[in-house]
Design a protein around this ligand. Structure first.
Ligand SMILES: NC(=O)c1ccc[n+]([C@@H]2O[C@H](COP(=O)([O-])OP(=O)(O)OC[C@H]3O[C@@H](n4cnc5c(N)ncnc54)[C@H](O)[C@@H]3O)[C@@H](O)[C@H]2O)c1
Length: 379
């Protein structure tokens, strides 16, 4: 059987993971092309994918290349819509990183373009594949906690400064906001575990720690305060990833509280704070018969029932640390979905609905906590 030939757009950081994984570890796949705007990233791509692979700075050349069957888009969020549309319009399979786009309208344009093709279109919502959330999904489906009525999620983003405030992530124009950029994963898991999308929500949020009055062109290695600043990004980082986390340009919130009503009347709450000392997420699902809760520190899921009859602690075994074992399973599902002509677990409707919830939450925050209603896409 011929391998599926993969092109990767954006080949550093997240993209470098995909290049390595598809080229070296996923059976039935080979990486034949990479695109990036930076020559040094293309040079590293060539080292991994070999001299015969196309290495280009033109994403259209990659998308239309005859040796590319499927494309992974791992560029920054504001390019997902344009590059994803080009892939779908070329009739190629698409694995598009989250968030699907930075606007709901962008997501709907991608959904409409996908309807014109018979290609596989999946999202990089890798947490769906994590054994921890797969275990929780199975327990919910077994009926052990009864009908789900409440869902609380706390997201402690302890590396908030490190990952989110030194580059494009911290600017509304290029990310919309961090409930979309970061929260899209957890909002998606809330949809996935309950089988229900958010229908209305209200949110409060502000910028309580990052941002400030430092110059927009100040880089950590050049800063007079670099020895004492708790957020200094020093070491072997490219300069586009070392902008001051307290610069004027930072205009996204770093502290968010969101309440939601999901379909079937499920009451849900989501908290995301980017200056916690620790880095993990708690998902707590409450049904009419019991409660289910994960613990990332001990890699466990606990089931507690009202009558105590089905109480249990599940120990989760995940391979590797790539998103709790989710990333390799997602890459394999992309190839299997292409071969079997079926959708991925991370389907585009799910991608669109987590963006819709994130966008609505930012709209609410920026309009005094107004209640925002969320609709499914026009058919
Ligand atoms: N699923 C996950 O858990 C997960 C984890 C990390 C990142 N991501 C997503 O992956 C994407 C990339 O994130 P990152 O942290 O690697 O970002 P990044 O800023 O490090 O950029 C990734 C690569 O894209 C390149 N690039 C920049 N502009 C480009 C353009 N116009 N066209 C093509 N390439 C371009 C950069 O040079 C770099 O090589 C984001 O959308 C992010 O949300 C997802």
């Amino acid at each position: 059987m011929q391998p599926i030939r993969i092109g990767v757009i954006g080949v550093d950081n997240r993209g470098a993971y995909y290049v390595r994984e598809f080229h070296e570890n996923v059976p039935g796949a080979v990486v034949t092309a990479g695109m990036d705007i930076r020559e040094e990233h293309l040079a590293r791509f060539r080292d991994c994918a070999g001299p015969d692979a196309l290495a280009t700075s033109d994403y259209r050349e990659l998308v239309n290349h005859p040796d590319v069957d499927a494309v992974v888009v791992a560029s920054p969020d504001s390019f997902h819509e344009e590059q994803g549309l080009a892939v779908l319009e070329a009739g190629k399979h698409l694995l598009l990183e989250k968030p699907m786009a930075i606007t709901v309208e962008g997501c709907d344009r991608l959904l409409a373009a996908h309807k014109q093709t018979d290609t596989v279109f999946g999202l990089g919502l890798c947490m769906r594949y994590m054994p921890m959330f797969q275990t929780m999904k199975k327990i919910i489906e077994s009926g052990d906690i009864g009908d789900v009525k409440a869902y609380w999620c706390n997201h402690y983003v302890g590396k908030g400064g490190h990952f989110y405030f030194h580059d494009w992530h911290a600017v509304r124009e290029t990310s919309t906001g961090l409930l979309l950029q970061k929260g899209t994963h957890d909002l998606d898991i809330m949809h996935f575990l309950t089988g229900c999308f958010a229908e209305r929500l209200a949110a409060f949020g502000s910028r309580d720690y990052f941002g400030g009055d430092k110059p927009n062109d100040l880089h950590c290695p050049d800063c007079p305060d670099k020895e004492t600043c708790p957020e200094a990004q020093l070491g072997d980082w490219p300069d586009y990833f070392t902008l001051c986390a307290f610069r004027r340009q930072v205009d996204v919130e770093d502290n968010h509280v969101l309440i939601m009503e999901l379909e079937e009347g499920i009451k849900a709450a989501y908290q995301e704070c980017h200056f916690t000392p620790d880095y993990h997420r708690d998902h707590i699902v409450i049904g009419t018969k019991g409660r289910l809760q994960n613990d990332q520190a001990t890699d466990t899921v606990s089931l507690t029932t009202r009558r105590g009859s089905a109480d249990a602690v599940y120990h989760i075994k995940a391979e590797g640390d790539a998103h709790g074992g989710g990333d390799p399973l997602m890459c394999r599902d992309f190839i299997a979905a292409i071969r079997e002509g079926r959708p991925m677990l991370t389907d585009p409707l799910a991608g669109r609905m987590s963006v819709a919830a994130g966008v609505a939450a930012h709209e609410s925050i920026r309009n005094g906590g107004k209640i925002i209603h969320i609709s499914r896409p026009p058919v």
